[in-house]
Design a protein around this ligand. Structure first.
Ligand code: ATP
Length: 331
């Protein structure tokens, strides 16, 4: 869905709010990707540091049509909090500015030259990562998750598709549209409002693999259609992100997902029963042990992020100095 860039509209918006950024402040170079209701462009600031940026343009009419208003608010709120100087983390995408005009909402984000990690992994031999590379990306993802959890944010959509690779090979966690502030939890579990937008509920292709057991109620007595209604996310916590982290680590090391089947319904049943296996050629015993300790039904029985950092799989990783480690060159 191509989103037209209308310079005149944003100039009008600037007249209404002179201190805000607008489209005219950026050189927009080329389109780099599309989401369900947005188009992302590569660009550059015209003034100041002239930083490279990614400009995410979301069409208001598509947001309204797909009931994505809450989704967009979550993304903006979470990113705004995480982009404050005192909260910045090198492994989390930065939101430099937001603005809007009559047709669109604009997010000005840090630019990741090599796009998402899944696309890069798919270009590797056997479409998977070497153990050392998986350890590096895993450690960086874990560090970013620990950071956002400390700030009271659960990501809720952790997967390699939401990791972007910068020009220097370092990764950024992105896509906070499904995130939750921990303080909101009580409130949201008691409501059936549209915090889970319809578009998201229906767009589980490729994401079903990362759903957590606590994201599902009883899937035994329902049909394939009803299952979508069960994706409530009502009982999710930081431990849920750590479950998805482990699914992601399994994916890094094998190119597959631990819970795969011929339909989403069967995938969800497997997740609920925690039915998965490691192939005989699974490449690393320590990674296997870590994943086994994380893919556990009860959240309280999973390792905490601190315990994960001290697990044997991450023994060689200096979590205090991750920025000193040379990233893999998989691009
Ligand atoms: P959906 O909205 O359907 O979940 P999405 O999250 O991939 O999809 P966008 O956030 O609009 O949608 O991103 C579209 C594509 O643009 C991404 O797949 C990615 O390749 C690219 N992209 C997004 N953000 C950046 C960024 N900061 N730097 C570089 N590329 C980006």
């Amino acid at each position: 869905m191509e989103v037209p860039l209308n310079l005149k509209n944003t100039e009008n918006a600037r007249r209404a709010a002179p201190n805000m950024k607008c489209l005219a402040d950026f050189l927009v170079e080329k389109e780099i990707g599309e989401g369900s209701f947005s188009t992302v462009y590569h660009g550059r600031e015209k003034e100041g540091e002239k930083r490279e940026i990614a400009l995410k343009v979301c069409l208001k009419k598509l947001i309204l049509k797909n009931k994505m208003v809450t989704y967009i608010h979550r993304e903006k709120e979470a990113l705004a909090l995480l982009s404050r100087e005192e909260n910045a983390h090198p492994g989390v995408v930065t939101l430099f500015a937001t603005f809007q005009d009559a047709e669109s909402l604009y997010f000005v984000l840090s630019y990741a030259k090599y796009g998402d990690l899944v696309s890069l992994i798919q270009k590797q031999p056997d479409s998977k990562l070497k153990v050392g590379d998986a350890r590096y990306y895993g450690a960086n993802l874990l560090s970013a998750l620990e950071h956002i959890h400390k700030l009271g944010i659960i990501h809720r959509d952790v997967k390699a598709d939401n990791l972007l690779v910068k020009h220097d090979g370092r990764i950024l966690l992105t896509d906070f549209g499904s995130s939750k502030f921990l303080k909101d939890y009580e409130k949201d579990t008691n409501s059936n409002e549209e915090t889970q937008p319809t578009q998201r509920r229906r767009s589980f292709v490729g994401t079903a693999f990362f759903v957590t057991p606590e994201n599902l109620e009883d899937v035994r007595n329902v049909n394939n259609f009803q299952i979508l209604q069960l994706l409530t996310g009502s009982d999710m916590s930081p431990a849920s992100d750590l479950w998805s982290f482990s699914v992601t680590l399994y994916f890094f090391l094998t190119g597959n997902f631990p819970f795969e089947d011929i339909s989403e319904y069967l995938v969800f049943k497997r997740i609920q029963d925690v039915l998965y296996r490691f192939s005989d050629d699974f490449p690393d015993e320590n990674a296997r042990d870590l994943i086994e300790k994380m893919l556990v039904k009860e959240q309280k029985d999973r390792l905490t992020s601190d315990q994960m950092k001290h697990h044997k799989f991450f023994e060689s990783m200096d979590f205090e100095n991750l920025q000193e480690i040379e990233p893999p060159r998989i691009y």
